[in-house]
Design a protein around this ligand. Structure first.
Ligand code: ADP
Ligand code: MG
Length: 578
């Protein structure tokens, strides 16, 4: 069926006999194959769907590995009839156990009829493992429904033992849902439509009364492909909290349209499990979209709308409104990753932080305060930033391990993954800021002062930067002629790296279009900490101390340059793997 869709068919018929044991036949009116292609299509890894390397990164077709036909041909008797509109005669191919038995011209319609007969006739062990007809047929209907649901404009039919089971005329998603799930659901569907430049969601969710005791009416499609994803399912179900019984399953049919580059469909052989960049964004986005639609349709009483904090914050993804939000979003990694799309979306990711915070204060209430951490907030931090204070304790008893470039610990909601190097960037940045605030910039004398030369056009900017550089611990002296002596550097910086750091600072600032002077310090610090050496192997106690210092920072979540420092791999997600 997927191949028929890829071939542009507008009418696809599926004929089944004996729950698929005797016959699985797909008849399509797609573009068909030339005699040569027909022969080729059964070769392993033969696919017509990748023409150039770039196609691999933007796969929009259902198939692309060229494996399906070859695999089926190995375990069944296959009969293929196919014709393109250009060819007068079609091609008949008969294949048994991967061997071509017949290849000859045949009269047939444009399109393809592929018949899979006597499944596993040559692999008795596997034939024996087919389930009862009821179960096998149920699987067929499930697969059929998933494909048919995703392509409502294509007409589909399913016939079992010569009796029509489904006749689905071409229509829209709503008519397709009703045709597949029954007219009972028609009045229970609430449309959901959310469009952003990053992704679109369209589809329907069921009113609470459409929820069922048994699973089955839950469909998520990513770029028209059905996927199972416990994490996204959880996002939807949680939006129904309080509206349906905890053991009930809400109805939903939601179609995501995402840039294929952001989805890796290749992680599971049946391609029903996918990985996204930015999973938690999708989660928040989806959950709020569903809540919003439920609220709008008065499924949630309006009084709750004003009371429920969660619902109040419905636009978990929204364009930053106030200047502070813009600033905060601008330094966030979300904004970084979305920038290409030209829009800054914005999610408050505070929940996990709150959890971390509560967990820590419940477990270690009596821990002594960390002396230095809380004084002085970096000047660059907008006032609106959530007041997070992780730093009351100096220890956690959670084991922290170092694995490659990550430190791994635990929090209540899952695994805490910290990017080691970036954590150090954040920590160093805040150390700098504190030293500057306390007017105690540390400078380490260099053994052999080096000279630093700037090109004339940068000289003015560099002169302007000098006071800021002094503040951070650079001891720099002008020698005239665009030449400077570096006598001292801030501690923590890689020795011998001073020139590179200064060059990078200049480079960075040159390209900032409209830089205000008061941003100089931030820019200097941001760049300076980016150049810290690669972290070495850590003793686990040191790793623990580092995590503690990180969470004592005013803004542990991002590096000063806006890169994500840590993430929490949620337990539900882990559960979904099992
Ligand atoms: P894939 O779909 O991954 O390319 P398949 O083994 O499913 O691999 O199919 C191999 C090739 O056979 C396809 O790339 C396509 O060119 C051709 N093909 C298969 N089924 C059809 C069909 N129904 N109509 C037209 N071409 C088809
Ligand atoms: Mg295929």
């Amino acid at each position: 069926m997927e191949n028929a869709i890829d071939a542009g068919a507008t009418d696809i018929r599926l004929f089944i006999k004996d729950a698929g044991r005797e016959l699985i036949q797909v008849v399509d009116n797609g573009k068909g194959m030339s005699p040569m292609d027909a022969r080729m299509s059964f070769e392993r890894h033969a696919t017509s769907k990748i023409r150039q390397i770039d196609d691999l990164f933007s796969i929009r077709t259902m198939g692309f590995r060229g494996e399906a036909l070859a695999s089926v041909a190995a375990v069944a008797r296959i009969e293929l009839k196919t014709r393109t509109s250009e060819d007068e005669a079609g091609t008949l191919l008969v294949i048994e156990g991967s061997e071509v038995k017949v290849q000859e011209p045949v009269a047939c319609n444009t399109g393809t009829v592929i018949s899979v007969k006597d499944l596993f006739y040559n692999v008795p062990a596997r034939r024996k493992f087919l389930k009862s007809n009821t179960v096998e047929y149920k699987h067929i209907v499930e697969e059929f429904s998933r494909v048919a649901m995703a392509y409502p404009h294509i007409s589909f039919s399913l016939h079992h033992n010569n009796a029509a089971q489904f006749q689905l005329p071409s229509g829209n998603l709503k008519t397709r849902i009703v045709d597949l799930l029954g007219s009972r659901v028609e009045k229970q569907l609430i449309p959901l439509q959310q469009e952003t430049e990053l992704l679109n969601i369209t589809g329907f969710i069921g009113k609470p009364e459409a929820a069922t005791r048994t699973r089955g009416n839950q469909y998520i499609f990513i770029n028209n492909r059905f996927i199972r994803n416990a994490y996204l399912n959880h996002a939807i179900v949680s939006a129904y909290e309080g509206l349906i019984d905890k053991t009930a399953f809400p109805l939903y049919v939601l179609c995501f349209d995402i840039d294929p580059q952001r989805v890796d469909v290749n992680v599971h052989p049946t391609k029903q499990e996918v990985k996204f960049d930015d999973d938690h964004i999708l989660y928040a986005y989806l959950q709020s979209a569903v809540k919003q639609v439920l609220a709008k349709n008065n499924v949630v009483p309006p009084i709750d709308f004003t009371l429920d904090e969660n619902i109040q914050q419905l636009d978990a993804i929204r364009l930053p409104q106030s200047p502070e939000q813009q600033m905060k979003a601008g330094s966030g990694y979300l904004q970084q990753s979305f920038r290409e799309k030209g829009k800054a979306f914005f999610i408050e990711k505070t929940d996990d932080f709150k959890q971390w915070q509560t967990q820590r204060s419940t477990f270690f209430p009596e821990m002594p305060e960390m002396p230095s951490a809380q004084q002085g907030t970096p000047s660059s931090v907008p006032e609106s930033a959530p007041a997070l204070s992780f730093g009351e304790e100096s220890h956690t008893q959670q084991p922290v391990i170092q694995w490659r470039e990550y430190l791994i610990g635990t929090v209540k909601s899952g695994l805490l993954l910290v990017h080691h190097r970036r954590a150090m960037e954040r920590i160093l940045y805040e150390r700098f800021v504190q030293r500057i605030a306390a007017e105690q910039p540390l400078s380490q004398k260099v053994l052999f002062p080096s000279t630093f030369q700037v090109v004339p056009q940068d000289a003015a900017l560099f002169e302007e930067l000098l006071p800021e550089l002094q503040q951070t611990g650079f001891d720099i002296q002008s020698l005239g002629q665009y030449t400077f002596a570096i006598n001292g550097v801030p501690p923590d910086l890689a020795a011998g790296d001073e020139q590179a750091v200064l060059e990078e600072i200049l480079e960075d600032l040159k390209h900032e279009s409209k830089l205000q002077k008061d941003k100089y310090r931030e820019a200097v610090l941001r760049t300076a900490v980016r150049r810290i050496p690669k972290p070495s192997v850590y003793h686990h106690e040191a790793a623990q101390a580092l995590i503690d210092e990180l969470f004592a920072c005013a803004h542990p979540e991002h590096t000063p340059s806006g890169k994500l420092v840590f993430t929490i791999f949620p337990k539900e997600k882990m559960d979904s793997f099992f």
